[in-house]
Design a protein around this ligand. Structure first.
Ligand code: AMP
Ligand code: MG
Length: 502
């Protein structure tokens, strides 16, 4: 669908080294395109560490040329920016054509670890995939993605990352006029389940897409045969199931609610993508929903593993013809792999919970985990705070836990937990310190993030910069950061909502 010719040839050299293997090898899934003009681009935040790992020069990025590239206004020399096509199941319903309605893939960079990553802009203006949308984004939500994705990275959760946010100097209509902005995002790739859903309906491009995804994300599989036994595409599916089961366990252990787990927001790489309506739990609640449009609670916190498995089934459907020419055999084969999801997820979750409870390396009795979760839910206890309070409990300080769950309720559970710790054979102080290394003190608390984004939209970036510093050091206790551990007041959480596509 190369129907829209690129109208400019870039001369900008601020971002060097961009390659375009995706656009070159899978042109049928792209439309060459360019960003909209930004009337007065201003760099709001630049991730200098990430820039260095991409071997990009910070000074060049901060220059007028650099900001031009990061705003989407000018294309780097020699590159072929494209909008990517994809489909997706949104809230369970199939949308045959979504695609980058307000985004561009500038190209790929090879980072200092030798990994190929995408450099992508979000909010860079309308494309042929914009449908009814304006193609733009605004300062608050782009800073939101920047901060939350960098917090996730600091928490050790696979995620796309944020390189910069540039204010465009143009006003965009939302709930009123808001300042426009462009986020530069770095990802292992932008291949989604929805990319496969689109490709399978285009015929010829499916196998090249699968081969590209394998070469880029699971290169160890390139040598496998295409035939049934040890089938390359079946093993590819298995690798995605594994990567996503691992990711999901990380989300659930951290209290992360993605909010819009449509298949176009489920990656092939196993990275978290799309930070539109996401939020972190304060009080532990499997039914927690923050997104303003998730009326049925499809993407509620506790539903996420089941929804992910559903999304992976949509991926499986796209791969059937590659896996076996006999449809029934292909279905049997992918079903057997899909059936391993629960065990993989449960295994990663149990391993993570063991570490959170100071029992790393042991098989924790499932009931010990489930009974804790029941207590936390019954008492609306703060998820993040609880695990730090348990470590304090081991140090002989019971005040934090007393503020979360009444002792008469959690007492019997604490006895069982202490029993398990005794079997583990470590001293209390050593266990507490090990717990503090895996249980974050600071997460992006919804009320704090909201306040910093409001200030940033009004031109004051200082609260955002402070919060960014805190959440990118989630395990480092500092006295001056004590306010950042406080959950939102009840009144805030009762009305707090998040929004997609804003
Ligand atoms: P998301 O909810 O961010 O996953 O987006 C779903 C789809 O809507 C994607 O195809 C986006 O490109 C598109 N989209 C979201 N916001 C806009 C916008 N302001 N203009 C055009 N397309 C948009
Ligand atoms: Mg999306």
């Amino acid at each position: 669908m190369n129907a829209f010719p690129n109208s400019t040839v870039g001369t900008n050299t601020a971002v060097a080294g961009l390659e375009s293997t995706f656009a070159d090898e899978l042109g049928a899934l792209t439309v060459p395109w360019q960003g909209a003009h930004a009337p007065d681009p201003t760099l709001l935040v630049l991730n200098e560490q990430l820039a260095a790992s991409l071997r990009l020069e910070v000074r060049a990025l901060r220059s007028e040329d650099g900001v031009g590239v990061l705003s989407g206004s000018t294309a780097p020399a020699g590159t072929k920016p494209v909008a990517m096509a994809y489909s997706g199941h949104q809230f369970g319903g199939y949308a045959p054509l979504l695609g980058d309605g307000r985004a561009l893939l500038l190209g790929e960079l090879v980072n200092s670890d030798g990994q190929r990553v995408d450099l992508h802009l979000k909010g860079s203006g309308p494309t042929p995939f914009s449908r009814g949308g304006d193609g733009f984004a605004v300062v608050g939500p782009m800073l939101r993605e920047y901060l939350v994705s960098e917090a996730m990275y600091a928490l050790g959760i696979p995620t796309t990352r944020a390189l910069s946010v540039v204010a465009t100097g143009q006003h965009v209509r939302r709930y009123g006029a808001e300042p426009g902005a462009v986020l530069a995002r770095v990802a292992a790739s932008h291949l989604r389940v929805g990319t496969f859903e689109y490709a399978v309906r285009q015929g010829d491009v499916l196998q090249p897409l699968a081969d590209y995804a394998i070469a880029r994300h699971y290169p160890q599989l390139t040598e496998l045969p295409a035939e049934r036994e040890n089938n390359r595409y079946l093993t590819f599916f298995e690798a995605v199931v594994e990567a996503q089961a691992y990711l999901m366990a990380k989300w659930m252990l951290t209290g992360f609610v993605h909010g819009v787990m449509n298949t176009d927001n489920t990656t092939i790489s196993g990275q978290t993508i799309d930070y539109g309506p996401c939020a972190f739990l304060d009080a532990f609640d499997p039914a927690a929903v923050f997104s303003s449009i998730d009326h049925g609670g499809r993407y509620a916190f506790g539903n996420q593993p089941a929804v992910l498995k559903w999304n992976l089934a949509r991926l499986a459907e796209t791969l059937l013809t590659l896996i076996d020419s006999t449809p029934d055999d292909a279905i049997t084969a992918v079903s057997a792999v899909l059936d391993t999801f629960d065990e993989r997820y449960d295994g990663h979750y149990a391993t993570g919970m063991a570490a959170k409870l100071g029992l790393a390396g042991t098989l924790v009795e499932r009931a010990l985990i489930d009974d804790l979760l029941t207590l936390l839910e019954e008492h609306g206890a703060d998820w993040t705070g609880t695990f730090r309070a348990l470590a304090d409990e081991l140090r002989g300080n019971s005040t934090p836990l007393d503020g979360l769950v009444p002792r008469e309720h959690i007492g019997p559970w604490l006895e069982r937990w202490r029993g398990a710790l005794t079997n583990h054979g470590r001293g209390a102080a050593e266990t507490a310190n090990a717990m503090d290394r895996v249980n974050p003190l600071y997460i992006p608390r919804n009320h704090q993030l909201d306040a910093t984004l409001r200030a940033a939209t009004d031109g004051d970036l200082a609260p955002f910069e402070n919060l960014l510093e805190v959440v990118t050091h989630p395990f480092d206790r500092r006295d001056e950061w004590s306010d950042y551990t406080t959950p939102a007041p009840q009144s805030f959480n009762q009305t707090f909502q998040t929004f997609c596509g804003t």
